[in-house]
Design a protein around this ligand. Structure first.
Ligand code: SAH
Length: 377
């Protein structure tokens, strides 16, 4: 049940024309920015600490900066995260927020509290271009990539809203969008999540999930050491072409090769495979055997995701007996397999249910689905 539903201040903060948003830079970017001002590179670490560790957004409070530097920053820069405009809290404590960007788009972010950790599910795009047939975000079509500031700003806004008592300990790039199709901005934001002067999360606690954009997976392996999750969902090209159409461009053989390359970054490193359980589609014992064969070729873990239905979806979730049988078979074959707990169901915050708000034309095409955020807007 919904325990809380609140519309918050819906007017976005006024934006300084042409102001540089400091949330758009990772440490390297900030060092270059300050070097351009004739400042020493250590200004970058100082500003990171102020923003991400102290939560300071006002340059006047950055007391180790000279007065002229503060005045310059005032004049030309700002620190602007998207603003939470709608908050929903589920019975299990899961929070879903709609955040408004400065250009009026909305993006969704979910916080999942657990005993030992707090996981933030972050969006990388407004909408998604990939048309996976079981995903509600796909139905919206693609609007635009989020900026680095809008991606790291989700962590910033969420942590500010949660307060000091509830810490974000893990970030998963599993919200709206395909993160590897917004490569540079997502990598810069993940650098900030892992930077000791910013959020300082370990690489095990920052996960990027991809539907399999193979060239970008190889690039990621080269430039950014985060945990990798791959949305597999099928073990034959024939079925995967239907469920995850990007498979037509980058088929399973190439996908698994990219996974092996990633797993080689470090000893004992594993790739997590996500597999949505669709009744009568990909959940036969033959599928399980195929999965075992495929996953034996990569150091892997498997996460079975019960399908979350949404209005108009053409699939049903596999029965719990089938999911458990699948899990047992995979585990018995030596593949560490878990079943994802569905969280925040009562507020549509579960996997694949983030819909945000995109252009009207895409909503018209697929029928107008009312979401919490739209209701409150
Ligand atoms: N584009 C990225 C990340 C976003 S989706 C990706 O494909 O990995 C995050 C996870 O939720 C993916 O594994 C996705 O396949 C899964 N998902 C999408 N829709 C779902 C649904 N309706 N039920 C369960 N899982 C879903």
């Amino acid at each position: 049940m919904l325990s809380f539903f609140q519309t918050m201040n819906s007017a976005p903060a006024p934006v300084k024309p042409k102001a540089v948003n400091l949330l758009d830079f990772d440490r390297k970017g900030l060092a270059a920015f300050f070097a351009g001002l004739g400042e020493k590179p250590f200004r970058a670490t100082q500003v990171l600490k102020w923003i991400y560790q102290e939560g300071v957004e006002d340059f006047d409070q950055m007391t180790n900066f000279s007065k002229p530097l503060r005045a310059y920053l005032h004049e030309h820069c700002h620190i602007a995260a998207p603003e939470i405009v709608v908050e929903q809290i589920a019975g299990d404590g899961t929070c879903k927020w709609a955040l408004q960007t400065s250009c009026g788009n909305r993006v969704e972010t979910v916080f999942i509290p657990e005993e030992e950790r707090g996981t933030l599910c972050v969006s990388s795009q407004i909408g998604c271009a990939l048309a996976c047939t079981f995903c509600s975000t796909a139905r919206q079509g693609f609007n635009r990539n989020l900026t680095t500031a809008e991606i790291i700003g989700q962590v910033f806004a969420a942590q500010k809203r949660l307060g000091a008592e509830k810490k974000i300990t893990n970030v998963v790039m599993m919200g709206m969008g395909e993160p590897l199709l917004n490569f540079n901005n997502v990598v810069a934001a993940m650098n900030l999540m892992m930077d000791d002067f910013a959020y300082g999360l370990s690489k095990r606690r920052v996960t990027i999930s991809t539907s399999g954009v193979v060239p970008a997976m190889h690039r990621l392996t080269e430039v950014c050491d985060v945990s990798l999750a791959v949305s597999l969902h099928a073990v034959t090209d024939e079925l995967r072409d239907q469920l995850v159409p990007i498979n037509k461009k980058y088929p399973l053989r190439e996908l698994m090769e990219a996974c092996r390359a990633n797993a080689k970054i470090a000893p004992r490193r594993t790739v997590t495979f996500e597999y949505v359980m669709l009744d009568g589609i990909n959940d036969s014992m033959q599928d399980a055997r195929g999965l075992i064969k495929l996953l034996k070729t990569v150091p892997s873990k498997l996460n079975l995701i019960p399908f979350n239905p949404f209005p108009g979806s053409i699939y049903r979730c596999s029965s719990s007996a089938t999911i458990n049988r699948f899990k047992t078979m995979l585990n018995d074959a030596g593949i560490v397999t878990t079943v994802r707990k569905t969280r925040g169901e009562d507020i549509d915050a579960a996997c694949g249910q983030l819909v945000g708000q995109v252009e009207d034309k895409s909503r018209r095409r697929f029928g107008n689905r009312s979401t919490g955020s739209e209701r409150a807007a």
